[in-house]
Design a protein around this ligand. Structure first.
Ligand code: FAD
Ligand code: NAG
Ligand code: NAG
Ligand code: NAG
Ligand code: NAG
Ligand code: NAG
Ligand code: NAG
Ligand code: NAG
Ligand code: NAG
Length: 620
């Protein structure tokens, strides 16, 4: 072990000089550290043959190849004691040794106003992928079991911890999970019988006023991969600059968000999260550490910028672009029809006409550098509500008033009596929540990136709006995000692997499945029927947007033809990088590149992570 900071370290026999961003990245596993513990030996991508390639399934507690207690104890000492064996937080609500009624009540009702769930090694914020085997509940059914939660968690504090865990999982045929904040909607940061690598505490930060790489010269920042949006807002205040961060304030900025795309308030002026990277430090599936940037490991640099989370390596830190300080001004607008209250109108036709005028105007908002977040819901008996928040970075309130006036005029003309409201400072920009206020829920939705070209043809635009209207009339809640993260907006370094549908889009359209959100105890057949119904309505939107796609991080885990929807024509190239960098298929998560070779075998057939991970077509 050698500790060198801001200097280039020589890595054993490879003789390659490389630099790291932070001191804890200099603490590395070297060949000589493996000693007699072959379970943590490095892999060789050119000779991948190991036990893990012949087994049908990943090891599982109770299976003959599950490591014995002594192996786990030895792993723990190789990890300086960083190995955890956590119990799901919901265990306090169930009969058994962990039962604690007061604690159960407090987690249920006040857990979300603290950092408890975000700082918990197991919790994921969408519960259903765990199999709901230990949900927080005052009246739980059955006993609490680990279900789709991992068995062991490595609380990573050094790169050496991550390398050691990667090697152990690969050599021992274990299912490996990477968890940062646990925000993933589709269970990509949880998994039954898994060893989880928890990157949440890798929170170092350093501002670089002048940084140069390739053709980039300007402000930048070194960032640990565990940083959340709200923490980055604090650094923006301290250093009087801007960094592109997720809208959700506890979402991790350099884990899943940026790896899958990453949209934000600034998307129409600075591009996506994946467009911010200038350099990444990564632990690859063979256990080695590499830097990927425009001059080295270009295949990884390409794949890690948008090619999907948890697939090609574990990002430990990065260097990202920084910008001058910016203010974001917001304008809100709402109207409704029927008994919904607010700016009421009583003609449904006029309501939809107004909705479509707004959706159309989203193009002007994006062209002016903005993004807009609207919700449309059916309230039953012919009542519908519409509301939106328009976010304008770098614009003064009077500029925003002028920008909104043509839309307001149009709405007034068609009989919707809305006013141009006084703009205010954006409520979603800045660290006002201090990282609090998230607790587990059960979101299920399906989404579509609508192509901008659908705005250029009145017939096609109307077809698109008709499809959206049909989903809302069928009872679904619609959430539309107008954004325009074009290639040009993204700028240098370019050539990223992000879904090309993002480059052509004008709206990320989300359709929420209320039945899917009912959570624990909902019958599997009910959920499957609900999903089939949702998918039928999504097909209407897909039919109107044949050259659209879908955003992997906010999508249906059962998206049809997901390779094309989530990756477009990037899929084949990314699969090549995946096979070369991870011939073991060690990094696995649903709908990521190469994941079709494996399946989770669940008892109820639902697409959760509560089951053994097995090769498709292999026997038990
Ligand atoms: C409340 C909320 C608000 C959201 N807001 C936005 C938003 O504004 N914009 C947007 O685009 N999306 C948003 N999302 C979706 C978000 O992009 C995804 O949930 C994303 O996967 C979160 O990444 P994470 O690293 O925080 O979460 P995790 O669930 O911990 O990880 C997500 C995925 O990334 C992988 N991963 C994590 N860390 C690493 C790493 N260091 N190296 C390699 N792989 C890693 C994991 O294996 C997993 O596959 C939001 C989600 C929620 C729940
Ligand atoms: C499995 O291992 C054998 C050698 O034992 C190797 O030839 C083969 O390519 C490996 N297959 C995969 C999918 O890694
Ligand atoms: C790992 O070691 C630490 C320190 O000795 C200990 O606290 C912890 O409980 C161990 N983890 C497991 C899973 O046994
Ligand atoms: C719960 O656990 C107890 C004690 O182990 C056992 O007797 C009981 O049958 C279990 N209940 C269910 C529903 O599995
Ligand atoms: C912050 O940066 C802006 C523009 O770069 C500059 O005008 C302003 O004076 C700076 N503020 C402080 C407090 O340094
Ligand atoms: C983009 O990067 C990938 C990976 O390095 C490379 O194969 C490809 O040729 C590049 N494409 C362009 C247009 O530069
Ligand atoms: C709503 O309907 C009533 C009669 O039913 C009518 O008097 C009123 O003008 C209508 N309001 C609007 C905004 O159309
Ligand atoms: C909208 O503005 C008009 C004047 O133009 C005013 O009479 C009306 O009260 C305003 N409505 C709301 C809800 O503020
Ligand atoms: C507009 O879209 C419609 C419906 O998809 C299509 O039939 C028509 O050819 C398009 N018109 C142009 C000019 O592209």
């Amino acid at each position: 072990m050698r500790v060198i900071y801001h200097a280039c370290a020589f890595l054993g026999l490879l003789s390659t000089a490389r630099c790291v961003n932070f001191p804890w990245e200099s603490i590395q596993l070297r060949d000589e550290d493996v000693g007699g513990f072959s379970a943590i030996a490095f892999g060789d991508t050119s000779a991948p043959g190991t036990v893990s390639n012949s087994s049908a399934c990943r090891a599982y507690p109770g299976s003959p190849d599950w490591p014995v207690d002594d192996d786990w104890a030895r792993l723990n000492s190789s990890l300086d004691g960083a190995l955890l064996k956590p119990t799901p937080p919901g265990a306090v609500c169930y009969p058994g040794p962990n039962y604690n009624f007061a604690r159960c009540v407090s987690l249920l009702f006040t857990g979300g106003t603290s950092r408890f769930f975000i700082d918990d090694p197991l919790t994921v914020l969408t519960s259903w992928p765990t199999g709901d085997t230990c949900s927080l509940s005052l009246r739980p059914t059955g006993n609490c079991t680990q279900g789709g939660f991992p068995v062991y968690v490595v609380k990573a504090a050094t790169v050496r911890h991550i390398q050691t865990a990667v090697n152990f999982a690969r050599n021992k045929n274990l299912r490996l999970v990477i968890k940062n904040t646990g925000h993933d909607f589709n269970g990509r940061s949880t998994g039954a019988g898994a060893l989880s690598i928890w990157t949440h505490w890798l929170k170092s930060f350093e501002f670089l006023p002048e940084y140069t790489v390739g053709e980039y010269s300007g402000p930048a920042a070194r960032v640990g991969s565990g940083l959340e949006a709200w923490e980055l807002y604090q650094y923006m205040d301290i250093h009087n600059m801007t960094i592109v961060v997720p809208g959700g304030s506890t979402v991790g900025a350099y884990g899943g968000w940026a790896a899958g795309g990453g949209h934000s308030t600034l998307a129409s002026i600075y591009g996506l999260g994946s467009d911010q990277f200038l350099s990444l430090d990564v632990v690859t599936a063979d256990g080695r550490v590499v830097t990927a940037d425009p001059t080295q490991n270009q295949d990884l640099f390409y794949a890690l910028r948008g090619g999907g989370p948890g697939t090609y390596g574990i990002v430990t830190s990065a260097i990202v672009k920084a910008y001058p300080p910016i203010q974001v001004t917001q304008s809100v607008l709402a109207f409704s029809v029927g008994n919904a209250g607010g700016f009421g109108i009583n003609d449904t036709k006029t309501f939809w006409k107004g909705v479509n005028e707004y959706q159309y105007y989203g193009k002007a908002i994006c062209e002016a550098g903005g993004t807009a977040y609207s919700y449309i819901s059916s309230l039953g008996s012919g009542s519908f509500s519409f509301s939106t928040t328009v976010e304008m970075p770098g614009k003064t309130p009077s500029e925003v008033i002028s920008l909104m006036q043509p839309l307001i005029d149009k709405l007034n003309t068609i009989g919707i009596p809305v006013n141009n409201s006084q703009p205010s400072s954006s409520l979603s920009w800045g660290s006002n929540r201090q990282g609090e206020g998230d607790s587990p829920g059960n979101t299920r939705f399906a989404t579509r990136l609508l192509p901008a070209r659908n705005w250029d043809n009145a017939t096609l635009f109307q077809e698109t709006m008709d499809a959206i209207q049909a989903t809302i009339e069928a009872g679904y809640t619609f959430h539309g995000i107008h954004l325009m993260p074009t290639e040009k907006t993204a700028g240098y370094p370019g050539n990223s692997s992000v879904n090309p549908a993002f480059r052509r889009t004008l709206m990320h359209a989300d359709v929420f499945d209320m039945v899917g959100m009912q959570g624990a105890g909902t019958n599997a057949q009910t959920l499957e029927t609900a999903h089939a119904r949702l998918n039928g309505y999504m097909d209407l939107i897909r039919a109107a947007t044949p050259d659209g796609g879908a955003y992997i991080n906010e999508a249906d885990v059962q998206e049809p033809d997901w390779q094309r929807s989530f990756f477009g024509d990037r899929y084949e190239g990314l699969l090549g990088v995946k096979k070369e960098r991870d011939p073991w298929g060690l990094f696995w998560a649903p709908t990521t590149v190469g994941s079709e070779g494996w399946e989770v075998r669940t008892a109820d057939g639902l697409p959760t992570q509560d089951g053994m991970l097995c090769r498709v077509g292999a026997g038990a």
